[in-house]
Design a protein around this ligand. Structure first.
Ligand SMILES: [Zn+2]
Length: 515
């Protein structure tokens, strides 16, 4: 996710330590969904069938299940409370008809009705009691019908009139890993952690809609005034879809070293000028990361423009991303690169984003900076150096660095290794994103770019389609570089500057004085 410059200050700290990982395993959750959109009631009805494969060495007696649409049910959810804490009152004061929920659930496990218990704190998590314990190396089928009233768009998903952003929308097991269960409520600030699996999703919409979704369109059929589209994608840990009657669509193919993939852009007619070169930006994003990290593994990549006003950002899902309206083409290029880049840092390297936001947002932001240099070279532009020297440090490209230095200067920063929920909303942007990107640049200077690239490529190769932990990244970096990196990695747990501040570093005060 990318939000440009969040604007609230406050401060608390949590430190997550590196742990030694025993033999690696992960659960597998294959998902089949049939879902139909009612665009008069702004509602979904459907059924979901999950095959949950227990690859852990433990016998499971229950499964924590996320029901994230219930984050929008009332003003007593973790989502609602966090928005208030971060200074947003729009959801808290929203009328009933703008809220949302999921109901009409009836969980069966291997055809037997399962007992369901509430989470002690969170309305958007339940515990499915398994009628018989699930031993290691065995699987169960979990099924339920569902009905869902979509909220208006407050955070990542919902609807804006009849433009639908169907995200975090289906019952989804929490991750069970070597540390145990990771149930987590839906939050605006703080992302996700989900199990990999193979998805088959049949989406029924009024025939006038255009639909973009995770994965490849396998079949399409029309029945009177509705149509059903079947999307399939293996080896992903989430599935999102978007439906709008007025999408404009651009398509091309992209030749990678090992295969040809489809590239799609879905956008609103009114913004055709900004989106004219969008396919080129998507291809640049895929090409650069394929070269720097490892080839894009899927056969399709799609970028969708969010309806309505700008909220200054975007959000990533496997093979598909949502981008809010941008002020100009350059910002669109930057946002597309960031969100498409999340296919690597989140989609494929599926770290626990909630606990370690630096591992997805920060690493992805490092490649944003590298992409900006690549694009400047590609376009033959060097906007910063052409300016008078007194202006060079005051360009928007440097504003995040300047804000970071400011917040460090007034000692309101937090360590990079901080949990998403413990970050102030200001530090979530400046530390998890910007400071981590600068920390990776420090690692790059320490190792030299060729060795740094080998580290990142090896990390990708070893942990693609897995759940890497912070310690895993350090182990790879030390093994590939042959160096002890305790000092560099120690900086993740410390507040303050990564290096002694340069004399010419300016702070926000001088930035604001510029007229
Ligand atoms: Zn992001």
């Amino acid at each position: 996710m990318k939000k440009l410059l969040p604007l609230i200050f406050f401060c608390c700290t949590s430190v997550v330590s590196f742990g030694q990982a025993p033999a690696y395993w992960q659960q597998q959750v294959d998902v089949d969904i049939n879902v139909a959109l009612n665009d008069q009631a702004h509602a979904l009805t459907g059924d979901i069938k999950m095959r949950y494969q227990n690859n852990s060495p433990d016998t499971l007696h229950f499964i924590w299940m996320h029901l994230w649409p219930n984050a929008y049910k009332n003003d007593r959810t973790a989502f609602s409370e966090q928005l208030l804490q971060n200074g947003r009152t729009d959801f808290y004061f929203s009328p009933e008809n703008k809220k949302g929920y999921i109901n009409r659930l009836s969980f069966k496990v291997n055809n037997e009705l399962a007992q369901v218990e509430d989470h002690p704190q969170h309305q958007d998590i339940v515990k499915i009691i398994l009628p018989t314990p699930l031993p290691p190396a065995a699987a169960v089928i979990i099924e339920t019908p569902f009905h869902e009233k979509l909220p208006e768009y407050f955070s990542r998903g919902g609807h804006i009139n009849q433009s639908y952003m169907i995200t975090q929308w289906y019952p989804k097991p929490a991750v069970y890993d070597v540390q145990g269960w990771h149930p987590m409520p839906y939050l605006d600030q703080g992302e996700f952690y989900s199990e990999f699996g193979n998805y088959k999703v049949n989406i029924t919409v009024p025939a006038t809609y255009k639909v973009a979704a995770t994965g490849v369109l396998r079949a399409e059929s029309k029945q009177d005034i509705v149509k059903t589209l079947r999307f399939e994608q293996d080896n992903v840990h989430d599935f999102a879809w978007f439906a709008d009657k007025d999408f404009e669509v651009l398509h091309d193919t992209l030749q990678l070293a090992g295969k040809t993939i489809d590239v799609f852009a879905y956008y609103n007619k009114a913004n055709a000028k900004e989106w004219a070169n969008s396919l080129k930006f998507i291809k640049n994003a895929v090409n650069t990361k394929s070269n720097w990290l490892g080839e894009y593994p899927y056969n399709i990549v799609t970028v969708v423009e969010k309806a309505g006003a700008s909220d200054g950002g975007g959000m990533e899902y496997p093979t598909i991303t949502l981008i809010s309206k941008t002020a100009n083409e350059k910002t669109l290029d930057f946002l597309i690169n960031h969100e498409v880049g999340h296919n690597w840092f989140y989609g494929i390297l599926a770290s626990n984003e909630r606990a370690h936001p630096w591992m997805d947002e920060g690493m992805n932001s490092y490649y944003d900076l590298r992409y900006a240099r690549f694009r400047d070279a590609q376009e033959g532009r060097n906007s910063v150096q052409k300016m008078p020297s007194f202006l060079q440090k005051r360009t928007p490209e440097n504003i995040e660095h300047t804000l970071l230095q400011t917040i460090i200067g007034i000692k309101k920063d937090q360590p990079i290794a901080t949990h998403s929920e413990a970050f102030s909303s200001y530090n979530y942007g400046l530390v998890a994103y910007t400071k981590t990107a600068e920390w990776l640049q420090l690692l790059e200077r320490n190792l030299g770019t060729p060795v740094f690239d080998k580290v990142m490529q090896q990390y990708y190769e070893e942990y693609k389609f897995k759940h890497p932990q912070p310690a895993d990244f350090k182990v790879v970096a030390e093994r590939v570089s042959g160096k002890n990196l305790d000092d560099v990695f120690g900086l993740l747990y410390r507040k303050g500057s990564l290096t002694a501040p340069a004399a010419k570093d300016i702070r926000l005060t001088s930035f604001l004085n510029l007229r």
